[in-house]
Design a protein around this ligand. Sequence first.
Ligand code: ADP
Ligand code: MG
Length: 224
Amino acid sequence: MTSLIDIKKASKIIKSGGNTFKLLDTIDLQVEEGEFISLMGPSGSGKSTLLNCIGMLDGFTSGAYHFLNESVVKMREKNRVKLYKEYIGFVFQAYHLIDELTVEENIETPLLYKKVKSSERKALVADMLDRFNIVGKKNLFPEQLSGGQQQLVGVARALIGSPKLILADEPTGNLNSNQSKEIMALFAQLNKEGVTIIQATHSEENASYGSRIVNLLDGKIVKS
Ligand code: ADP
Ligand code: MG
């Protein structure tokens, strides 16, 4: 087993209007490659903040964070962005697809940022459309899709760059139960193929697809 994530005594404190908010409080979390973790806890407990810090979209204000044995805290911004692009895919509750782009173009976007060349991009996107059974939808725009289909596109986009880690923030929060099951089954399959997954969820049923539950309360990990 390889250590993917090693977080030690990490906190996130925000100062606003003379007040101090401790959004994350001395978090210790180790994640091995191949795990499927569910972050649970009430609204406001810090799940999104922790996912964003793990995903390098946000940063801890103190403590240590190593990703694949490299110190994320000490890294230059440029290298952090490189690490993010190479290893991490994000899935959001509200999909965050680009309305003006087709399904095909949405899935392709991470490859543009990675400067993959056109012929290779086309092949990778075609594979993904095929795998997710959405070839017939490739020229449609997000608003022409159901929520479940939009989230499939969201997952396809997260996966297109072959990330080691998928971070999913309440990925089924806007979906009905059949659509949720489809997304969770997909995550279980990806995890079987070796992708590490960390999802924030309120749902015990969603959590049951994972291999470990981490409970948060008031920015702290509580022992279960
Ligand atoms: P969760 O995803 O578990 O619902 P969040 O990580 O979104 O929790 O938020 C944790 C807490 O931090 C909440 O109380 C939220 O209101 C607060 N919070 C989040 N971002 C900020 C911010 N930029 N400034 C002040 N408080 C914030
Ligand atoms: Mg949240």
